[in-house]
Design a protein around this ligand. Structure first.
Ligand code: C2O
Ligand code: CU
Ligand code: CU
Length: 559
């Protein structure tokens, strides 16, 4: 008691500008079944005495934590007072596409969007953020991001810390770029600072000397974290994006991609009065992971890339009454869907030109609001193979479900990636990840779910696609459109307005994104690009010129 009182006196005596210790704030918490969120702009003192333009929900920056109970029906009223259009996406929640807050659900300035849905998710740490196509990066880096904590009966039965803000603490880590005037730059190439719950790195968190739970979110636009303690203290990861792991996984380093979450337990029992330093170990990130060293020294290096530095200090204080002193050995049993009969689908992550660090595609395409990239049947299991032919790692995210990681570069994933996930890193240079997906409960013939890279500049510039989940009863075999070819050369439909003399490569993809035909320079005007062997259906043809630039993408129907 005495110790706490003294601590508060010391803190009370120093204003932000003269005190070296900034306390890391804990986001406020909203509970119940109806939530009101105000998307708003404002200013925040991130640097002492300087007002930085920021955006947030129910405040000038960041957002309250929403506490949801599995099985309850909730209504989330999002009031938009930004002076700009936005959307609010509930990242990781399993809900119907109309409630998902994708780019197809814009909230105009001054309007309110009120999705109502049943919480079907397992207890875990999710989050919410804007998702307006082309503006996601700008709105998120200004501060629009909040936690969603889902609770359920299974997790509640375990002896785990769950007193919000005391022994169960949400922490959002965000790389950000500030200009000379300490304003946030809406372009994330440099990332010259890191904020923890909105305050500059180096802040202090007080935690009791017992088992504590940290809910870590990488809410950055671009870069990875490789968390660890300066004294190499080991900690245990108990949950990944979408729920508990089978058992706690011991580790001393934890890599977290943009959009990814992890819940960790740290045993601080008996450590009262000591301090701990949480650090970024950028030098130990795998090569090609943003924040670490890039391939062949290329890419957009920031001053903090490939370096190690302190993120925050933990002051260990008096334990609370009933504080936990041990960690359960078993948490849950994850049961991935059976793989037998699973359909397969492939996703190629590519760059144009191949060495580019900014111009990325999925299956050769940029996102188009009007194009549905494929359809998945409701309740049907699929194995998705993600192959990364670029020079950097991309965190791949899918809406509407949690998936299971089957393999990373051909081998079973590490234990902490074996639980439910919604973001997975596809390693660079032909890295390959296989995931097991199944879309249950919500078929929608019109409103798609999104999949994309969670590096927000990549997403905003089109490293995203969308798909429909259709129920077998209503699924149509025939594609809706049956466009006649505008121009046909050698039975190939050619888009108009393209200088064919500059085209050196044609690639044809089916609607599942599979590359089914490639045609190289020299043969365009010569031997026919034979599409006769292809099944009837809709295809996309992509034409590139001799600089590697895509000059046209043409949809055609093969009869
Ligand atoms: Cu967190 Cu589609 O996003
Ligand atoms: Cu999402
Ligand atoms: Cu990417």
């Amino acid at each position: 008691m005495k110790k706490i009182a003294i601590t508060w006196m010391v803190l009370g005596a120093c204003s932000v500008s003269v005190c070296a210790q900034t306390l890391i704030p804990i986001p406020s918490m909203l509970e119940g079944t109806t939530f009101d969120l105000m998307a708003q702009s404002g200013t925040t003192q991130i640097f002492p005495g300087i007002e930085t333009q920021t955006k947030g929900y129910n405040g000038a920056m960041l957002a309250p934590t929403l506490i949801l109970e599995k099985g309850q029906t909730v209504t989330l009223n999002v009031h938009n007072q930004l002076g700009d259009t936005t959307t609010t996406h509930w990242h990781g929640l399993h809900l119907s596409p109309v409630n998902d807050g994708s780019p197809h659900t814009p909230i105009m300035d001054g309007e309110t969007w009120s999705p109502t849905f049943e919480v079907k998710d397992n207890a875990a740490t999710y989050w919410y953020h804007p998702h307006l196509h082309g503006k996601t990066l700008g709105q998120v880096v200004k501060g629009m991001a909040g936690f969603i904590i889902v609770r359920d009966a299974e997790e509640a039965a375990l002896a785990l810390p769950r007193t919000y803000g005391l022994d169960d603490v949400p922490l959002v880590f965000q790389w950000k770029t500030f200009d000379a005037a300490k304003q946030i730059v809406e372009m994330d190439e440099e990332d010259n600072e890191v904020l923890v719950n909105g305050v500059l790195r180096g802040g202090t968190l007080n935690l009791p000397a017992q088992v504590v739970r940290l809910r870590l979110l990488n809410g950055s636009s671009h870069r990875y974290f490789n968390f660890g303690f300066s004294n190499s203290l080991s900690f245990k990861q108990i949950a990944s994006d979408g729920g508990l792991l089978d058992m706690p996984v011991s580790m001393t380093k934890l890599v977290l991609a943009p959009g990814e979450r992890a819940e960790i337990l740290i045993d601080l029992t008996g450590k009262e009065g000591q301090t701990l330093i949480l650090r970024q170990f950028g030098t130990q990130l795998p090569q090609g992971y943003p924040g670490g060293a890039m391939m062949m020294g290329g890419g957009m290096m920031g001053d903090l890339d490939d370096t190690d530095f302190d993120l925050m200090k933990i002051n260990i204080s008096t334990p609370t009454d009933g504080g936990l002193t041990s960690i359960p050995s078993i948490l849950t049993m994850n049961t991935p869907y059976p793989q037998s009969g699973a359909a397969s689908r492939t996703f190629g992550l590519t760059a144009q030109p191949m060495m580019s660090m900014t111009n990325f595609f999925i299956n050769g395409l940029k996102f188009d609001m009007e194009t549905i990239n494929f359809e998945v049947e409701l309740g049907k299991t699929e194995v998705w193979t993600l192959t990364n032919s670029t020079m950097m790692a991309h965190p791949f995210h899918v809406h509407g479900l949690s998936f299971y990681v089957l393999s990373v570069n051909g081998v079973a994933p590490p234990a902490n990636l074996k639980g439910r996930k919604d973001v997975v890193t596809v390693p660079p240079m032909q890295g390959q990840v296989k995931i097991l997906v199944r879309f249950d409960d919500f078929a929608d013939e019109e409103m798609p779910y999104m999949y994309h890279c969670h590096i927000l500049s990549h997403e905003d510039t089109g490293m995203m696609g969308q798909f429909l989940v259709t129920s077998p009863a209503s699924a149509t075999d025939e594609p809706a459109q049956n466009d006649p070819c505008p121009i046909c050369i050698n039975a190939l439909p050619m888009p108009s307005g393209v200088d064919l003399s500059k085209v050196i490569r044609a690639e044809i993809f089916d609607l599942a994104g599979r590359l089914v035909r490639v045609h190289e320079k020299g043969s365009l005007g010569g031997p026919t690009l034979d599409v006769s062997g292809l099944p009837v259906g809709t295809y996309l043809m992509q034409l590139s010129d001799n600089t590697g630039k895509i000059v046209a993408v043409q949809r055609f129907y093969k009869k």
